[in-house]
Write a protein that binds this ligand. Structure first.
Ligand code: MF3
Ligand code: CO
Ligand code: CO
Length: 270
């Protein structure tokens, strides 16, 4: 049967990978996760986001991996670092973190041709209760989305699980950005929406690889992209949070490729 499924693309344009390909994704995901573990202690008031990016870039190199983001559509950094009301694609640079800031660090590496894409929330110093609650709800929303992953479920089931959890807390799901298929490429079909209705969208099959990466706002869901053409912010300037895992659909459910080796994915200050 191996020859039959090799390289198959579903009618929705989604590649079905082989059993052996899980090992490649596991290795790439582990490198991304380890680097996200290692950068944590550097996130303190007074550090610049550029210094955090420099550290990540060096760790990607010393792991023998390649940054997927440097050179991607003209992007020049090893991370996206999105602070407070920045929703995603924040550009690291001279910005100095202050006590109470919350931030997402997003890293994508290539290991032996396989892409590992993950992001987490961190805090400089002590976040206030509303910020901590946003981070907790966003983390839990991602995990509820992941719990919906199994053969026969639909992408709408994933989105609905996330949206239901977030809106029950009177927070909002960003519509303008989504998760994506990945594997030997960075971004592939399908668009993984973080909202939706159960039973809608493409049907999940064993061997699909994709990210789930919900962005959640304390206020309204609308975003805008700044003049740098990358930085997406909440229109109402409310706080935003995001977590991202790369996963593969297994016979039983799913494998998370980007689990933290040190168990640090969920921030310890929550
Ligand atoms: N890692 C991001 C994602 O989750 C993509 C970043 S693309 C960049 O899909 F160019 F902004 F780095
Ligand atoms: Co992604
Ligand atoms: Co990412």
């Amino acid at each position: 049967m191996e020859g039959h499924t090799r390289g198959r693309i579903t009618k929705d344009g989604i590649r079905i990978y082989e059993d052996a390909d899980f090992a490649g994704m596991r290795a790439a995901g582990m490198v991304a996760a380890r680097i996200l573990d290692e950068v944590g202690p550097l996130v303190v008031p007074g550090v610049t986001t550029g210094a955090l990016d420099d550290f990540v870039r060096a760790r990607v190199e010393s792991a023998g991996a390649t940054s997927a983001t440097i050179g991607y559509k003209g992007y020049r950094h090893a991370t996206c670092i999105s602070v407070n009301h920045v929703v995603c694609h924040g550009i690291p640079g001279p910005k100095v973190l202050k006590d109470g800031d919350i931030l997402n660090i997003d890293v994508t590496v290539i290991v032996d041709g396989w892409y590992g894409d993950s992001s987490r929330m961190y805090a400089a110093g002590t976040p206030n209760r509303k910020a901590a609650r946003l981070v907790e709800v966003t983390h839990d929303a991602l995990m509820k989305g992941i719990e919906a992953v199994r053969p026969g479920a639909t992408f709408g089931d994933i989105g609905a699980a996330i949206q239901t959890h977030v809106e029950a807390q009177r927070m909002s799901v960003v519509r303008d950005f989504c998760g994506h298929g990945l594997g030997r490429v960075f971004h592939a079909p399908p668009n993984v929406l973080h909202y939706g209705r159960p039973g809608t969208g493409p049907v999940l099959e064993e061997g699909m690889f994709f990210t789930i990466e919900p962005m959640v706002n304390l206020g309204r869901p609308e975003t805008k992209v700044l003049a740098d053409d990358w930085t997406a912010v909440t229109r109402d300037k409310s706080l935003s949070a995001q977590f991202e895992h790369s996963v593969g659909v297994t016979a039983q459910g799913c494998e998370i490729f980007t689990l933290s080796p040190a168990g640090l994915f969920r921030p310890d200050w929550l």
